[in-house]
Design a protein around this ligand. Sequence first.
Ligand code: ACM
Ligand code: ZN
Length: 443
Amino acid sequence: MKEFSYRGFMLDSARHFIPMEDLRKLIAAARICGMNRMHWHLTDDQGWRIEIRKYPQLTAVGAFRGRSVFGEASRTENNSGFYTQEDIREIVRFAGENGMEVIPEIEIPGHASAMLAACPEAGCRRTAYGPEGEEKAGEPWQYAVKTSGGIFPNLLCAGKPEAVRLMEDILDEVMELFPSKMIHIGGDEAMKIHWRRCPDCRARMRREGLQSEDELQRSLVLEIGAYLAEKGRETIVWNDVLSGGTLPPHFIVQQWAQGEEATRVFLAGGGRVIHSDTRVMYFDYPYGRIDVKKIWQSPQIPDWAKGYEDQLLGTECPLWTERVTNLERASFLLFPRLAAVGLKASGAGNLPWEEFRSAVRNIENLIEETGLKGAPESYWEMTEEAAKADVQAEHDRIYSAEALVFEKKEIKLIKLEKTERLMEEIGIPEPLARQVGDYALRE
Ligand code: ACM
Ligand code: ZN
């Protein structure tokens, strides 16, 4: 077993705001688990949490939302709030004292509804199609800070120079606040419905000879990555970006779901990767899916990284917070699973189970001395029956009757995205394909 240099966890302050004091407690406990990187997910459809001096509307609009539906767990609790630049500096300082580097994530082009609610001019223009396929300006897209989970079609426009400029201005302030060499710019789950209809995005594709919107996303990432590289920073993206073609080796890819073949190609080109497989590392998932024993059993080096061990920087465990509204729930989900990942990342994963378990126990005891409480031992090695019940309970929390309405909308959009890709593949003329899609987009 090797020791990873990157031993990370991720906190999502967008879906639910995590108060400063809670952040400090979680960072201190993660340190006890052997973590040395905190990836801070600061922006998403449901919230913009970082003060940007040049664009105060990002927080004035993007940091607040009303009653929310994330399944049964959430109504109004911790929906709103943001970190001032002073707060951010304080967290970076506190984390540094705890041996933890903080890596910020400003997510584009998708998961950008809160950003676009504040800065709608950074979104796409929209083309409408007449009965003969003739093109004209369509109704503008409407943006709002989202009050439900899921994925949304709202993307930063890749074709307007001023939209790219907005992102660069934001990153200028982010770089002032975060000394970390690595900056995360997101890139997951960007359905391209808006880009397909945008005259500016299409003009950029023509100008650059790009064959698909996925290639356009790659081009945008290359542009922002070059901007960060000029200033001595490295860019992390979620592995979805590789759908548009591989990236040069100065990028870092975070592998979370699917696309492992493309990630292997990226590794073959010399790229570096962070391992965050949903099946082992996603700590918003219930213990019934990922218990401590499963972490112990999982291979330290996934198959797709074999032969490129030195380019696998390490592991990171995200805690997405759609249904995590308070410190108690965050602690329950993170600990002691993070201790188990920390043990494995430090090379101690090949201990026999009973010894591993008692090493986890020792770490959990230290965490409990700080006042936080992880999941009880009954969750560490679950029986099949208990695991099934736990998964069902989580399912019921997610798919409350109220949340199903939003779920249905999301499924429709995902189907539309697939259908538009298929229509292109089989050669349906663009204006006709867009009209079909527009029909499905009507409320
Ligand atoms: C992700 O979980 N959407 C990166
Ligand atoms: Zn556009």
